[in-house]
Ligand binder design. Structure first.
Ligand SMILES: O=C(O)CCC(=O)C(=O)O
Ligand SMILES: [Fe+2]
Length: 179
């Protein structure tokens, strides 16, 4: 988190002070063996809604990240399992708070094996302060006349309400708060 703040030119504590390490949610996924893996999808393309995701995957593989090159062409890249390594995903909230300096990463899970089930576990980091008077949006220290806010401010209950209403596969969540 401190490195991410420094990358924005901010004090290392900024995201922690915004309670971004306080709202943790752990989710475990089990992808059963599939006789025809090429005909199905483990998880459809999506971006994670929160600030940051820390993901541990087993050795089966299947996680893919969308990469867009300089010509605007997009393709899926395997996030190959590396023993002992964790995958860190930037989520929609961090994209909003960084005013688009960091981009939430689109990813999906395809089925790679018809012999082995796959297991992964993710910890989603979200702001812990959820009161109706606590607003989130682009971090004020980043905003200037040369870098106006690209998103409006919102409470976490508004953000989570929008998340649970939308289709997982779309980028509609971030668009919903765009100015
Ligand atoms: O199982 C995985 O590797 C990815 C899971 C995922 O994208 C998620 O939980 O949001
Ligand atoms: Fe995800």
């Amino acid at each position: 988190m401190a490195l991410l703040c420094e990358g924005l030119g901010l004090r290392g504590e900024t995201l922690e002070e915004a309670s971004c390490l306080e709202g943790k949610l752990m989710v475990c996924h089990y992808y059963p063996v599939c006789p025809e893996p090429e005909r199905t999808m483990g998880i459809v393309p999506h971006t994670d809604p929160g600030v940051l995701t820390v993901l541990a995957q087993d050795g089966v593989g299947g996680l893919q990240v969308k990469h867009t090159n300089e010509d605007g062409e997009s393709y899926w890249v395997d996030a190959k399992p590396v023993p002992g390594a964790l995958v860190i995903n930037v989520g929609d909230l961090l994209q909003i708070m960084s005013n688009d300096k960091y981009k939430s990463v689109e990813h999906r899970v395809v089925m790679k094996s018809h012999e082995e089930a796959r297991v992964s576990s993710a910890i989603f980091y979200n702001p812990g302060k959820r009161g109706d008077s606590v607003f989130y949006g682009p971090l004020p220290d980043l905003i200037s006349s040369g870098n106006p806010p690209k998103y409006r401010n919102f409470t976490m209950s508004e953000f989570l309400g929008a998340f649970f209403k939308r289709d997982l596969a779309s980028k509609a969540l971030i668009e919903h708060f765009k100015i």
